[in-house]
Design a binder for this molecule. Sequence first.
Ligand SMILES: *Cc1c(COP(=O)(O)O)cnc(C)c1O
Length: 402
Amino acid sequence: MNSQRPIYLDCNATTPVAPEVMAAMLPFFTEYFGNPSSLSHAYGWEAEAGVKKAREILAGAIAAEPSEIIFTSGATEANNLAIKGVAEAYMSEGKHIITVQTEHSAVLEPCRYLERLGFSVTYLPVQPDGLIDLQDLENAFRDDTILVSIMAANNEIGVLQPIEQIGARCRDRNIIFHTDAAQALGKIPLNVQTMHIDLLSMTAHKLYGPKGIGALYVRRKNPRVQLAPQIHGGGQERGLRSGTLYTPQIVGFGEAVRIVIDEMESEVNRIGELRDRLWAQLSELPGIHLNGHSTQRLANNLNVSIEGVDGNALLSGLRGAIALSSVSACSTTNPKPSHVIKALGRSNELAKATLRFGLGRDTCEKDVLKTVKVVSDGIRAARLNQGNQRPFRKIRQDNYDD
Ligand SMILES: *Cc1c(COP(=O)(O)O)cnc(C)c1O
């Protein structure tokens, strides 16, 4: 058995828990095990102190108030609470929602669910570089629009939407603006005031925190956003999300955010340079296309489509050496071409032959060099295997060219 594990390049799917985060969490499993809502004794106070600190760190990271942070089980739940919570609270004012075709399924599926309940949803297209056209957004606004949900950073192609401009346009019209910032938090500066964000979804496990914990920022003033709770019970989190707080995970989330914000500038530079080097070398290969805008994107993300290869065959050829994915981890049970890559205008064939590289804190120069070699060899091998039937040069003509 080969004891060496592949190089991990799937940091847009999840990240390991940082040792400092683990250390911060541990005492909250055993020693400080109290229920943070039990305020009649010291056990409750200790746990509450841990939660309070984490809440302050999260709020500070996005220029919010601690009381505006609602802990959830992750970004999926935060998105559900934001979208279904607004829909239910504001349906007397209108039943129209605007979102984007390239959103995560944790936004698209709540929207589809609401459509079945009688809401109408506009799914904005994106341009070939993955960015929305602000004019399309302007054209989509209706008198009965109650919510705009547009992600800050895309989980497949890393593209950064113009959040501040979107927020300003929503604020002008008094329309609530939600952004899924699961990928963006800790990688780009986020400020709910200057960006006019009313609801913002976060998750810990994309930034070296534990899985199963996330949060929703809910604006309390200018304007005060109403939400219908989706989980009813003991009334924790201002009644918006009942259930005993998962103290160790919350403490870990806080510590993970503290570190990632602290190191953001230097890490973005370091990882961005590695990513640029990876693309500089891979772009030399024939028939390889970059997916998503070349600069308006997360520093840690590279997404490419490759002509003349079968995506699954390529991926299985690579996985002994490098761990990456072709589509969002959340939809790999469903081997359809990525809806994100399709939305860029790519053919089915190219969309299926897609590789997403997610670099992270542990990625070093050596990893990049090895990745270039492994991927180049892998593409060559995959093309040799099928070259007779499908010469890639020929396919090239039919595909959108970047
Ligand atoms: C990972 C991710 C999610 C889901 O977050 P969970 O915490 O795993 O539920 C939602 N949106 C985006 C953009 C993501 O990257």
